[in-house]
Design a protein around this ligand. Sequence first.
Ligand code: NAD
Length: 489
Amino acid sequence: MSRTERDKFPNFINGKWVESDRYFENRNPANNALIGTISEAGQAEVDAAVQAARDALNGPWGKMSTAKRSEMMHAVADGIMARFDEFVAAEIADTGKPYSLASHLDIPRGAANFKIFADVVKNVPTESFDMVTPDGGQALNYGVRGPKGVIAVICPWNLPLLLMTWKVGPALACGNTVVVKPSEETPATATLLAEVMNEVGVPPGVYNVVHGFGKDSAGEFLTRNQHVNAITFTGETGTGEAIMAAAAKGVRPVSMELGGKNPGVVFADADFDKAVAGIARAAFDNSGQVCLGTERVYVQRSIFDNFVAALKAKAESFKLGDPLADGTNFGPLVSQEHRRKVLSYYQKAVEEGASVVTGGGIPVLDDALKDGAWVQPTIWTGLPESAAVVREEIFGPCCHIAPFDTEDEVIALANDTPYGLAATVWTSDVGTAHRMGRALNVGICWINSWFLRDLRTAFGGSKHSGIGREGGVHSLEFYTELKNVCVKL
Ligand code: NAD
């Protein structure tokens, strides 16, 4: 069954489109045009989705072999790629991100997430131990992995399909069923994915989508539902705390991928041009709306002035405009509300005494885009480490650059944050590279690169940036229950 009206975003429950009696608007952040209406799931719709997901565990899905399930996940990935243009268009309309980004990152990676985990579950062994029993006999122990059950998947808006399938891929590959709550800002690709699930024959109830907000809405109804067996969440640290509180009732496991205030460190011996290009990506890609992005840059003093000038030139070279136009490489923020937040930090930086190297306000664009959620790429210098824009996650296209002298000093600066998600370090000295990799308190440390992801590796944050690791075999720790079978021989 497919949706008939493309400007409607209904809920998807037990393989069917379900409307509720409450709606909210979906707007394109590039020009504020109305895309369509989203059906907000109430308690009844959320409970029905969870019930469908429970029932599906006992249907054909629960009896399906790992090999068959894995084949089906490959078919889902192929189904996304077969409708590539539709997925790209939907992601661009919801987020305003440029075509170049959505077509190279969001949608291909969104599809690849199904394949990688389908292959992981087929190829990962479990442990086995022979033991001598107290009566002098023998026993054999072996591990068996089974699904956890119904998984609630709660997603943010910055990389909607990619971050959602990063969780749905392993959850389904491991035999669970899911109820997805996409961000209220970006309902489209989760809804399109429902069509693909039906097209490739994923049984009803395995993949469900409920739309809505967090508190007193679909998000909270879902996390409080006691038939949800585990909750996987990507979003702000404060939201993570609220979800953990909900998960405490019923002692349900959580996987949390949360906020960051990530350092970028550039040593004087780094390849200068590559470091500038790398930090420019880390600070400005996706208009700074990447959890792994760099909002604090530390540059060794001897190259500080040159580096600031070169990054300024990069920031001023971005082409802002219609996301679908050739050459556009910088989009708006996701919403007017987010723009208000980012602009409030732009103002705070000035109040706290920053030197504004570039940007700091709203760009002047064509009439067609004047109502969009645009802000200028922005660089500051001259602030103390205690300044709000140096300490708090802004999630916008901006960074503060500060000089440093020694390795010990920059390690202390980089680690002085409640967050611990990612870092990017630029140096040509192999010793410095490895020492920094160990010294920084983060879940992922890139050396001479940024956002280079091998999906087999562990991904997650330390401190306030998260709980748990996902990726490759690490995802199995969360999405399966490991049971030991002990056979007395
Ligand atoms: P958010 O926390 O505002 O919202 C995320 C999701 O949670 C949305 O679907 C929202 O509706 C839902 N939600 C909100 N309150 C809820 C509640 N009380 N109960 C249940 N659900 C609730 O985050 P956002 O603004 O959408 O995304 C940006 C944030 O996500 C940034 O902080 C960013 O760093 C973080 N992020 C982290 C990673 C990572 O891998 N660590 C990746 C991407 C984004």
